[in-house]
Ligand binder design. Structure first.
Ligand code: NI
Length: 178
């Protein structure tokens, strides 16, 4: 188990474009993904991108299990997604919702995202992934893949009045970071 520290907004590495993974099923890749999983779990995240650990490779992980406190929250399968390609299925269908990020701890912002998305890529063994998803699942993928292009969610907020500290925005909630 290796929980690594997560880079925070302001670190210039978070603004870099990450490079494609060329070799799958290597011990190095497996070790990195293990660290990413351990770190995400320890911080209660919904997703994590390799550049958040200072590794500029096109690797993201995400997953949200059922939580009895939030019976309406959609489940997102535990996924390792490498070299992802995103294809919005209806570029006119955009919705805003609240996001957080382990690199912007303690804050939330209202972010527009495509509601319907096809995404493709590979898992850690190089097996192809091809999914068509909507809403929360689509939002999580867009957020994580943004990290691979050096984009943090605050830069997508349309109106910065909709950006603030989680404890002030949602004083009654107990919200996990992502
Ligand atoms: Ni993030």
């Amino acid at each position: 188990m290796a929980v690594r520290s997560v880079l925070r907004m302001g670190d210039p590495q978070l603004l870099e474009r990450s490079r494609a993974v060329e070799r799958f099923a290597t011990p190095e890749l497996d070790a990195l993904i293990r660290d990413m999983r351990d770190t995400m779990a320890a911080l209660n995240g919904a997703g994590l991108a390799a550049p958040q650990l200072g590794v500029l490779k096109r690797i993201v992980i995400f997953g949200v299990g059922r939580n009895p406190r939030y019976p309406d929250a959609e489940e997102v399968p535990e996924t390792v997604l490498i070299n992802p390609e995103l294809e919005p299925l209806d570029a006119g269908d955009v919705a805003e919702d609240w996001e957080g990020c382990l690199s912007v701890p303690g804050m939330r912002g209202l972010v527009p995202r495509y509601r319907h998305l096809r995404y493709r890529g590979f898992d850690e063994r190089g097996r192809p992934i091809d999914r068509t998803v909507s809403d929360f699942h689509a939002r999580v993928v867009q957020h994580e893949v943004d990290h691979l292009d050096g984009v943090l969610y605050p830069t997508r907020i349309r109106d910065l009045r909709n950006f603030g500290f989680t404890a002030e925005l949602f004083p009654d909630a107990n919200i996990a970071e992502d």
